[in-house]
Design a protein around this ligand. Structure first.
Ligand code: G16
Length: 558
C-alpha cells in the first residue's frame, strides 16, 4: 500500500470514530445493532468489501438491513462473488476492523491483512461494490458511510442499487459476476418468465383445487411488500393482494419472524380472512412462511413454515427426477443419478425430519445461519435448504445443469411433449426461478404457488403432508450471551458447564421432548427451542429451560 492510499484511509477513518464501550461482532448474517452505533462499522465493512472485490477480481455486494429486527436496528450483510454470504475466512478480519479503536490501529490491521491475503494494489483492476438498502429510515446515512469506506480504497467504486430486497442484491451480484445485466427489471423478467413457463407446464388434468383464490401477502411493512406490489402485475395466472406495504411500523406485529414465532396472524389479517391462502415476508424479504387464519379463534393460524416449504420443494423435485430417470437405469446411457439432499437446522420440527427421511432423502443438519446451510447444500447436485423460519432456497450444481440442458435439447428433438421432456423443462425453469444466490421470499413464493397448482393442492392439503410436533420458541435476555457455547449443530450447550445436564433433566420429563439453547447472532438474547407431544408440554419445557438460562446467565429474575 502506497503512502497516498495510507493517508486516504487514515483521513477517511477519522470521520467515522467507533462508538465507545461497544464491541460489535459479525453474527449469524453480518453486523447488527441499534442503527445509531453502526456508522463506523458500516464504513469499515465498506473497506472490507472493496478489498474483497480487489482480491477476487469480482463484484461484491453490501446490503444495509437488519432484516427481521426492530426498525431502530440496522445492519450490514456482505455478498460474495457467487452471490452467497461473505466467506467465513474473512469474518475474523471483519470483527477485528469493526473494533479497531482508532484510525492507526485500523490501518495496521488492513496493512497486515492485505499482505497476508496478497491483495495487489499496484496496476490493479477496478474494484466494484453494489450497494443496496431496505426501507429503514437509517438506511440512507449508513449507505453513505459504506460508500465512503469503499471509496477510501483508491480505484474502488460503490454502485448504489437503491432500495432493494436483500435477495435482489445477492441476485444482482451473482448475475454481474456471470457477465449478465444486473438490474431490478432483469430480476423481475427472469422470475416472471420462468414462473410462466412452469405454469404452462402444469398437468392439464389438474382439476380446480381451491388454490385459485387470491394469495394474500403480508409485506411486513418493509421492502418486500413494496416490490411485490410492483412485480405482481407481471405475473399471469396468479392473483396477489399485498397488505402491510409500509404504512405501519416495520416488523411490528407483522412479518415472517413474528408469524412463525408467535403463531398468530399479522396486523391487518383477521377472522374475515379465515381459510384464505396467506403468506408473510420478513423485513428484507429473504424469508417466507405461509399461513391460514383459523375460522373460529380470531388471530390463531395454521402455520406452514420453512420446513413445509422444504418438504413441498423436495417432493416436487424428487418427482421430476424420477420421471426423468424412468427406465434409464436399464439403459444406463444418458441417465444421471443426481444426488438430491436436504439441509435443516436444529429448529426443524422433528416431524419434518421424519417425513423427509421417510421420503428416502439425505438429511443434513447444520448450525443456524444461511452461510452454513448454503455451504452444505452446495455439496449435492440438487441441494434444498431451509430454516424453519422460512429462509432457504434450492441449489443446482453446474455439472447437473449442464447434463440437464443437454438432455433437454435431445428430448426436444426426439420426444417433444413427452413426460420426460416436460420434467426436464420444469427442472430447468425451477433453476431459473429460484434464487440460487440466497433464500428469497419472492422467488420462493412463486415456486410454492406453481407447485400447489401442479399438485392441485390447497394450503390445507399441503399442511397435511405431516403434522408438526407442538413447539415453542422463547428469548431470554442475559448478561453476556457469548457465555453460551454449543456443539453438534447447536443441539448441545457445552458452556456454561452443567447447563446441558440441567436441560437434559427437564427434557426427560416429557415424552418426545427435545430442547436446546443457543446465543442469537442477530439479537442480544439466548434463544430457547422446545418440542414435545402437546402444546402445553412444549410450553412448559421451554419455560423451565428459559428459567435455567436465567439462573445460569441472566439477571436473576427467575
Ligand atoms: C438471519 C440469518 C438466518 C437466521 C436468522 C436468525 O436471518 O440469515 O439464517 O436464522 O438470522 O438468527 P439468530 O437466531 O442467530 O438470531 P435474517 O432474515 O434476520 O437476516
Amino acid at each position: 500500500m502506497n503512502e497516498k492510499q495510507q493517508s486516504l484511509l487514515l483521513e477517511s477513518a477519522a470521520r467515522f470514530p467507533p462508538p465507545k464501550g461497544v464491541r460489535l461482532s459479525y453474527g449469524t448474517a453480518g453486523f447488527r445493532a441499534d442503527a445509531s452505533l453502526l456508522e463506523s462499522t458500516v464504513f469499515r465493512v465498506g473497506i472490507l468489501a472493496a478489498l474483497r472485490s480487489l482480491k477476487t477480481g469480482s463484484v461484491i455486494g453490501l446490503m444495509i438491513t437488519a432484516s427481521h429486527n426492530k426498525v431502530a436496528d440496522n445492519g450490514i450483510k456482505v455478498a460474495d462473488p457467487s452471490g452467497g454470504m461473505l466467506t467465513q475466512d474473512w469474518e475474523p478480519f471483519s470483527d477485528a476492523i469493526a473494533n479497531a479503536p482508532d484510525p492507526h490501529s485500523l490501518l495496521q490491521l488492513i496493512t497486515e491483512f492485505v499482505k497476508k491475503e496478497e491483495i495487489g494494489f499496484e496496476g490493479r483492476q477496478l474494484a466494484e461494490v453494489l450497494l443496496g438498502r431496505d426501507t429503514r429510515p437509517s438506511g440512507e446515512a449508513l449507505l453513505e458511510a459504506a460508500k465512503q469506506g469503499i471509496t477510501s480504497i483508491i480505484g474502488a467504486i460503490g454502485t448504489d442499487m437503491g432500495v432493494v430486497t436483500t435477495p435482489q442484491l445477492h441476485w444482482m451480484v451473482r448475475a454481474r459476476n456471470r457477465g449478465l445485466e444486473a438490474s431490478e427489471s432483469c430480476y423481475f423478467h427472469q422470475l416472471s418468465t420462468s414462473f410462466r413457463c412452469l405454469m404452462d407446464l402444469k398437468p392439464e388434468e389438474i382439476s380446480k383445487n381451491g388454490n385459485d383464490a387470491t394469495l394474500v401477502v403480508d409485506g411486513a411493512d418493509g421492502v418486500g411488500g413494496e416490490k411485490l406490489e410492483q412485480f405482481k402485475k407481471m405475473l399471469t395466472g396468479l392473483c396477489i393482494e399485498v397488505r402491510n406495504r409500509g404504512d405501519g411500523i416495520l416488523n411490528e406485529g407483522v412479518g415472517a419472524d413474528y408469524v412463525q414465532k408467535e403463531k398468530v396472524a399479522p396486523r391487518s389479517f383477521g377472522s374475515a380472512d379465515a381459510g384464505l391462502r396467506c403468506a408473510s415476508l420478513d423485513g428484507d424479504a429473504d424469508r417466507l412462511v405461509y399461513f391460514s387464519v383459523l375460522s373460529k379463534k380470531n388471530n390463531n393460524i395454521e402455520l406452514v413454515d420453512g420446513d413445509k416449504i422444504l418438504s413441498l420443494f423436495a417432493l416436487f423435485i424428487k418427482e421430476q427426477l424420477s420421471i426423468l430417470n424412468e427406465g434409464e437405469g436399464k439403459k444406463g446411457n444418458d441417465s444421471y443419478q443426481a444426488r438430491l439432499g436436504v439441509v435443516q437446522t436444529a429448529y426443524a420440527n422433528g416431524a419434518s425430519t421424519d417425513y423427509l427421511n421417510e421420503m428416502g432423502l439425505e438429511v443434513v443438519l447444520t448450525p443456524t445461519g444461511v452461510k452454513y446451510l448454503h455451504e452444505k447444500a452446495a455439496e449435492f447436485d440438487i441441494g434444498i435448504y431451509f430454516e424453519a423460519n422460512g429462509h432457504g432456497t434450492i441449489l443446482f450444481s453446474e455439472a447437473f445443469l449442464c447434463w440437464l440442458e443437454t438432455s433437454h435439447k435431445t428430448l426436444l428433438s426426439t420426444s417433444e411433449g413427452s413426460a420426460k421432456q416436460k420434467a426436464a423443462s420444469r427442472l430447468l425453469a425451477v433453476s431459473q426461478l429460484i434464487n440460487q444466490a440466497v433464500g428469497d421470499a419472492l422467488s420462493g413464493l412463486l415456486l410454492v404457488e406453481v407447485i400447489l397448482k401442479y399438485m392441485g393442492w390447497s394450503i390445507h392439503r399441503w399442511n397435511e403432508l405431516y403434522h408438526d410436533l407442538p413447539s415453542r420458541q422463547l428469548k431470554v435476555k442475559v448478561v453476556d450471551r457469548t457465555a453460551v457455547l454449543t456443539a453438534n449443530a447447536e443441539t448441545v450447550a457445552v458452556q456454561p458447564i452443567g447447563i446441558q445436564e440441567a436441560i437434559n433433566a427437564e427434557i426427560a420429563k416429557y415424552p418426545r421432548g427435545r430442547c436446546f439453547i443457543r446465543p442469537s447472532g442477530t439479537e442480544d438474547v439466548i434463544r430457547v427451542y422446545a418440542e414435545a407431544t402437546s402444546q402445553d408440554a412444549a410450553d412448559a419445557l421451554a419455560s423451565s429451560v428459559a428459567k435455567l438460562v436465567d439462573q445460569y446467565l441472566g439477571f436473576g429474575s427467575s
